[in-house]
Ligand binder design. Structure first.
Ligand SMILES: [Zn+2]
Length: 262
């Protein structure tokens, strides 16, 4: 790609803006204006919503046509748009280090960090009969959580503790990790992630006796905004017997946070 004959050579200003279409949106703009929160005077409100990290619904908000495009098409389109974002920032996309970034980011979004948006990637539950008649609490603790704040698109990293009391079905232990991972690979708010994991476990295990606790650090809190590197956020969803104080205390003892009031 030629640079219109300019002699500019610094990586930050050498990228010509022409050739990057700002209105050539392949989705024809029809899905890009849904919330009406455009314009500078809404910036403050948008910042406030983001920093409060409120979620509007338990289901991840998706459009009905979310999967009309296949993954390869999505990667191509995101690559194009991310190139545009980098270009608007003034970065030189002909630079050897930068030129592959739009495609890398696009593949990472679709195939890795947001792959949990697609129900086709949902782990199939492997259930076993509870042959040992083990009907005490089972706790899988310290499951790695790596998800992404839907308000800032930066990571939320922490751990999940998942517990259930068998109703006759037992799930493979690794499936607990897989379920946590699946719902994590989405733009998320921590409260919704916690409830989505709990709801899935209730459905799969056919019991209300499920608990999910997540303790995580938000990079949007530590690396920007208030720059609080020490705080973490704890969320919990308790169902069935976990609503009872004794059962809940037993769980908290197992995971070693019995001194925390949740
Ligand atoms: Zn955030």
């Amino acid at each position: 790609m030629k640079r219109n004959g300019t002699s500019s050579s610094t990586p930050l200003n050498g990228q010509a803006m022409n050739g990057v279409s700002l209105n050539g949106n392949p989705m024809n703009g029809k899905h890009m204006n849904g919330n009406g929160l455009n314009g500078h005077h809404h910036d403050e409100l948008i910042d406030e919503i983001g920093d409060e990290h409120g979620a509007a619904s338990i289901d991840t908000p998706m459009r009905p046509d979310a999967f009309d495009l296949d993954d390869d098409t999505k990667i191509d389109l995101i690559e194009e748009h991310f190139r545009e974002i980098m270009s608007i920032l003034g970065l030189d996309l002909t630079d050897d280090s930068l030129k592959g970034s739009p495609r890398r980011v696009a593949k990472m979004y679709v195939k890795e960090i947001f792959r949990g948006l697609d129900p086709a990637n949902k782990p199939a539950p492997t259930l076993f009969e509870n042959k040992f008649r083990y009907n005490e609490m089972l706790v899988e603790k310290d499951i790695l959580v790596q998800t992404y704040c839907e308000h800032h698109f930066v990571p939320i990293i922490g751990k999940a503790h998942v517990a259930y009391i068998s109703s006759g079905k037992v799930i493979g232990l690794s499936k607990l990790n897989r379920i946590v991972e699946y719902y994590s690979k989405r733009p998320q708010v921590q409260e919704r992630l916690t409830v989505q994991i709990a709801d899935e476990l209730k459905k799969v295990l056919e019991t209300e006796d499920v608990a999910v606790i997540i303790d995580a650090k938000h990079l949007c809190v530590s690396t920007r905004g208030v720059h609080d590197v020490n705080s973490s956020t704890i969320t919990a969803a308790y169902g069935g017997k976990f609503d009872e104080e004794a059962t809940r205390q037993e769980l908290l003892r197992y995971i070693g946070t019995s001194n925390v009031t949740i």
